[in-house]
Design a protein around this ligand. Sequence first.
Ligand code: ATP
Length: 231
Amino acid sequence: MITLDDITLTFPDGDARITAVDHVSLTAPNGVVTGITGPSGSGKSSILAVAATLIRPDSGRVWIGDTDAAALSRDDATALRRDSIGIVFQQSNLLPSLTAREQLLVMAELGGRSRRSRAAVRLRADDLLDAVGLSGHRDKRPAQLSGGQRQRVAIARALVNDPGVLLVDEPTSALDQERGGEIMDLLARLTRERQTATLLITHDLVHRDALDELITVVDGRASTAAHRVEA
Ligand SMILES: Nc1ncnc2c1ncn2[C@@H]1O[C@H](COP(=O)(O)OP(=O)(O)OP(=O)(O)O)[C@@H](O)[C@H]1O
């Protein structure tokens, strides 16, 4: 579970400061996809960056389990991010020279939680590639994969260190509606199977069936309660 408690984040704007996130509180429980929507510039990516411990907020707490991530040193935040948070960006951000399997192995290598044997890590990587529907594409490089397949690799990579929290920024923006729907369904399934607390930004709600909860952000402020999405 991840909880943002009264988060405020400002950025410098000339002599003044712009408030990107304005006293936002939200909770994303395990096994649930919590969507964040809202107009462009409303603060969605800023909220995700704070949740990811990539930006420290001006005030407020980020609870990941029992840890207040907003209060950690830079090094401790990096370690927490590596072990407990999976991140999927709009673009898949894969390394061009690595195969699908190698993308996962590199991420597992960076994860410090356990010293798994090489064979166990390889097995886990292959299991995850199977889970995202890429069993026949393990040895392909990004250029040999479609946009949807690249996004699947990015999702598998985000899960390789078994994070409790999965943060996803506009995963369908580079895909057509059908491929986008498949990616959203995949994220919903993996969230349930792996019991991740999944926080997902989406600017359009065409795939809203894949969301369990929905939070609307306007001018840096979140709707007070998460709304259950009607099927
Ligand atoms: N690094 C930064 N420096 C200064 N201002 C920033 C920075 N990042 C974001 N902002 C400002 O903070 C506000 C929120 O931006 P943010 O990117 O979080 O919105 P968003 O809802 O994710 O937008 P979009 O849907 O267009 O990606 C905007 O006014 C933006 O200009």
